[in-house]
Design a protein. Structure first.
Length: 319
């Protein structure tokens, strides 16, 4: 004979169970941590103190209890407070050296601990309540795990996108990315009647610096010049490394003297760093400038003109 479930009684039983879980949130989170420490299921936990091991797990236990008695699918929708907290938990764990697998394992262990807690009270529940608990706990843990995985892939995708566009040594845009940004900026400048200045610079006697001080010193000099270039630009301007010891920058809404002012600032800062022994004695660079639209109509023309002037500047310096 089929048993008719009393919805009101079932809700009361689940409410009592949820209240027990919330009251035991700290102990349940500790139990999940202890399981993670067994057989190094979550190896990174070994490096942390007790509070660090717990992280946000007690909070998630409380939220699981709430879902048990009052399920709200919107509570874990993308952009919700709980979804954001799950992602932040994943990011904090990664900062502490947790692998993505370890973050997921934490939640699976938490589910095991909670289910064991429910099973110990199975005598007080009918079959329908047991199935309801299982479904709601599983659904909520699955959504928490999904948010953690999404947080990992969002970060990984963002890092890959950044690496695909930036030079590894200096952090500036690499050649292709810079040229693409310059082309887009020239389109905007042409549309609104703004000027753009292109600055193309090259370190002097860079091979000699490498041979004298070593490649590590050469890399330090490249990174330092890249940092100086970035610091000297406005937020709307952009810099890139074209390869080797060649750098470039474009200045938006620039007048005819904008490039020269930038180079003067860079020269002053280089002199200061040489005096402070942060750059080697004799460190210098040569520059070629070109402007849009007065001297060139596109990116290729700007680079050709700036490169020609850079070569002339190097030849004059060597004379």
């Amino acid at each position: 004979m089929m048993r008719i479930v009393n919805t009101r009684e079932s809700a009361a039983v689940l409410g009592e169970l949820a209240a027990e879980i919330q009251a035991s949130a700290w102990d349940l989170a500790l139990a999940a941590v202890d399981e993670g420490l067994v057989d190094d299921q979550v190896p990174s936990l070994q490096r942390l103190g007790r509070l660090g091991q717990l992280g946000d797990l007690p909070t998630f236990v409380g939220e699981l209890a709430r879902e048990l008695v009052e399920p709200q699918p919107g509570r874990l929708h993308r952009g919700s407070a709980l979804a954001a907290q799950a992602r932040e938990h994943a990011r904090q764990r990664e900062t502490l050296g947790f692998a993505p697998r370890e973050v997921v394992t934490e939640f699976l262990l938490l589910r095991r601990v909670l289910w064991r807690f429910v099973s110990e009270r199975a005598a007080e529940l009918d079959a329908h309540d047991v199935l309801t608990c299982e479904r709601r706990l599983n659904d909520t843990v699955d959504r928490l795990v999904a948010e953690c995985v999404v947080a990992y892939f969002d970060r990984a995708t963002s890092e890959l996108a950044h690496q695909a566009r930036h030079d590894q040594l200096t952090g500036l845009l690499h050649h292709q990315a810079f040229v693409r940004e310059l082309e887009l900026e020239l389109e905007r400048a042409g549309r609104y009647g703004h000027g753009v200045a292109l600055v193309f610079l090259d370190l002097d006697r860079f091979k000699e610096l490498n041979d004298t001080y070593g490649h590590q010193a050469g890399d330090r000099a490249l990174r330092r010049l890249a940092a100086l270039l970035r610091e000297s630009l406005r937020g709307s301007d952009l810099a890139g490394r074209m390869g080797g010891d060649e750098f470039t920058a474009y200045l938006v809404e620039a007048d005819e003297e904008a490039g020269s002012r930038l180079i003067a600032r860079l020269g002053d800062r280089v002199d200061e760093l040489i005096a402070a022994e942060e750059l080697p004695e004799g460190f210098s660079f040569s520059v070629g400038l070109a402007s849009f639209p007065g001297e060139a109509a596109d990116a290729d023309g700007l680079f050709r003109l700036a490169d020609t002037r850079l070569y002339e500047a190097k030849r004059s310096r060597a004379a």
